[in-house]
Design a protein around this ligand. Structure first.
Ligand SMILES: COc1ccc2cc(-c3cnc(C(=O)NCC(=O)O)c(O)c3)ccc2c1
Ligand SMILES: [Mn+2]
Length: 248
């Protein structure tokens, strides 16, 4: 991974940026997964962790919805145990989260237009979700094997930033990715200041193994314009054909 870097006056030093960019383009194209350690440096990572803990202590995180959570929990046992909050990074006491998202935005935008972008060039990444701040509160909370975007909703890259100091084997909470068509599995520990990118579609089924202790992460999904517009068009069409006009 890249060595830690100092953000110079809000910018970032060029060679750090170029190095990370190369890793993202190369690893996403070759493996569909890219892990970067010591992404922002311990000091900045600590500020981000403090903002996440403040959100949690103020009760801003709530149980992540899948569909109807109640039904899901009882019917088929816990699907996912994380508690989440969606932040833009512009909220009070979220400025460091905002800076993280800004850096990742720049990297993804540059990677998308990089001269060696390869498969990345097939996308036109013009949009993203807000940042999803997630906490798995330990007690074996987990997330069953799933694909983030199985049905072409527009999401093409999942970007996850981990914030867990001194994470050890016994703490569980490993992210297991099962790259489609390959026999090797990627086991990614949610280490402090670790940045992860992977294709959001069926190429990367993945699961979060039971976490024994509190496990923090921040996720952003990047969207491909064409796929997103086609999805929204399907949605609009579906709504028109299913909602019968109500008669007075
Ligand atoms: C309808 O509203 C929502 C709102 C939020 C949603 C969040 C997820 C999600 C997906 N993947 C992961 C994951 O794979 N984490 C890997 C890791 O933490 O290492 C995760 O934690 C959460 C799925 C569906 C959602 C629907
Ligand atoms: Mn996922």
């Amino acid at each position: 991974g890249a060595d830690s870097q100092t953000l110079e006056e809000g910018g970032f030093n060029e060679e750090w940026f170029a190095g990370i960019l190369e890793s993202i383009v190369r690893d996403l194209n070759q493996y569909g997964v890219c892990v970067i350690d010591d992404f922002l440096g311990a000091e900045r990572a600590d500020h981000i962790l403090n903002e996440v803990k403040a959100l949690e202590s103020h009760g801003a995180l709530e149980a992540g919805q899948v569909v109807s959570r109640q039904v899901q929990d009882q019917a088929r046992g816990m699907i996912r145990g994380d508690q989440i909050a969606w932040v833009t990074g512009g909220e009070p006491h979220c400025s460091c989260i905002g800076q993280l998202v800004t850096v990742v935005d720049s990297l993804v935008a540059k990677a998308n237009k990089h001269q060696d972008a390869g498969m990345l060039a097939n996308y036109n990444i013009t949009w993203r979700t807000r940042a999803m701040v997630a906490c798995y509160p330990g007690r074996d909370t987990h997330y069953v094997k799933h694909v983030d975007n199985p049905n072409g909703d527009g999401r093409c890259i999942t970007a996850i930033y981990y914030l867990n100091r001194d994470w050890s084997e016994d703490d569980g909470g490993v992210l297991r990715i099962y790259p489609e068509g390959k026999d090797q599995v990627a086991s990614i520990e949610p280490l402090f200041d670790r940045m992860l990118f992977f294709w959001s579609d069926r190429r990367n089924p993945h699961e979060v193994l039971p976490a024994k202790i509190t496990r923090y992460a921040i996720t952003v999904w990047y969207l491909d314009q064409k796929e997103r517009n086609e999805y929204l068009a399907r949605l609009a069409h579906h709504q028109m054909t299913t909602t019968q006009p109500t008669h007075a």
